[in-house]
Design a protein around this ligand. Sequence first.
Ligand SMILES: Cc1cc2nc3c(=O)[nH]c(=O)nc-3n(C[C@H](O)[C@H](O)[C@H](O)COP(=O)(O)OP(=O)(O)OC[C@H]3O[C@@H](n4cnc5c(N)ncnc54)[C@H](O)[C@@H]3O)c2cc1C
Ligand code: SF4
Ligand code: SF4
Length: 399
Amino acid sequence: MLEKSSKIVNIDKLGVCLGCGLCQSICGKDAVEMELRSDGFIHPNVKKILPEKEAIIERICPGINVINDINFGPNESIWGHIESLWSGFSLDTEIRTKGSSGGIISGLAIYALDSGVVDGVMQVGGDSADYERNTLRISTTREEVLECASSRYAPAHIFNEIFDILDKDSQNYMFVGKPCDISALKNFLEEFPIYKDRFKLTVSIMCAGMPSFQGTSDIVDAFNAKRPIKDLVYRGNGWPGYFSFRDNTSTVYRKTYNESWGTVLNKHLNLRCKLCPDGIGIQADIAVGDAWETKDGYPDFTEKDGHSLIISRSSQGDLVLKNAEKDIKIVLEPLSINKIQLMQPYQYNRRLKIGARISAFLISKRKKLNFKNLGIAINLRKVPFLVALREFAGTYRRI
Ligand SMILES: Cc1cc2nc3c(=O)[nH]c(=O)nc-3n(C[C@H](O)[C@H](O)[C@H](O)COP(=O)(O)OP(=O)(O)OC[C@H]3O[C@@H](n4cnc5c(N)ncnc54)[C@H](O)[C@@H]3O)c2cc1C
Ligand code: SF4
Ligand code: SF4
């Protein structure tokens, strides 16, 4: 019954809900509450249907709406608009080491706070006592930013309480998130423009997909570690750094990035991540990923000092980056656009072929995803017909 009339339940049933939490904020907790389910993902539990609120969700849900308003220039159809392109790292050794790649995001966050560009940083942080508690935090100090540093390859509660945060005071923010979190924020601000001025800078991590908590559990359980476990980190403390945690006997376990992400976590992605038209932060002021060095044509994951790949996409992004460089907080080394493909082969291939996967979704589920101004069709035209057909058939079969 609920399934027939709730747009939210339908989005979730289609497999394109990202658990972003906007549903809870828009409809109120009495009507929709985000919950972690046995599949290891966060879903909206619809208790009451509010048709007017659900209509808003249909317009702003990032699972079905990615509406880019930064136009692409010539040669920008794959990587999105590029104002400037760098490889870089934080000059503060603690920040660089704790960060996922070169600590650029944490470095910029601390710089934006210290220089008064923003009052707070909205970013995801974890809980050292429970790895399933990743939530949006407001960091206002270096220590709080560093607590959030590094990647969490798992779901997080993000927009569940966005109105409470914004209505509490009139602070200005830097927002850090995955590309789909940036889409969610942009959609939210289109619907509620009163809050637009409160976001001074958006920074996106590059993202190949969000694994379920089942992925994390599988790694923990393969060690026969004794729960409860604590201090779980997916990487950081080096580049790429180790997946590591401590069990209840204080034994420390660890796995390389290649073994954890490459053989377990990336097998636990949801359907929406497979259909993702933007893992590269097309809509953010700045997008940051790993500036992997390459060996035999492939990214090399042997431990080194971290380097971030930095794409500035707006004049505001450029300004903050260049000021941070001028104030000797970060190092920026110019990078040529051809290098991104070598550093990020997965992102390159996904951007090229994503149109085939989205078409397979459209035909099998009869649902058109509102993905706009993302270069999807232009990129697909560059793919040989048989390759595109194989991609289409593979996705169709999986769905
Ligand atoms: C799910 C996922 C997939 C990724 N896929 C790629 C990829 O395909 N290519 C690539 O180059 N890099 C990928 N990364 C790594 C990411 O790009 C690096 O975090 C980036 O290089 C930034 O490094 P940094 O040292 O500047 O950031 P840091 O200074 O370490 O800051 C990292 C920031 O990311 C935020 N963050 C961490 N986890 C999450 C999360 N689950 N949701 C929202 N925000 C989060 C933190 O709050 C922090 O602000 C992925 C990370 C995640 C979490
Ligand atoms: S708004 Fe967020 S939580 Fe709600 S259905 Fe869409 S992705 Fe899921
Ligand atoms: S792959 Fe795309 S949809 Fe999935 S978490 Fe990353 S940005 Fe979001």
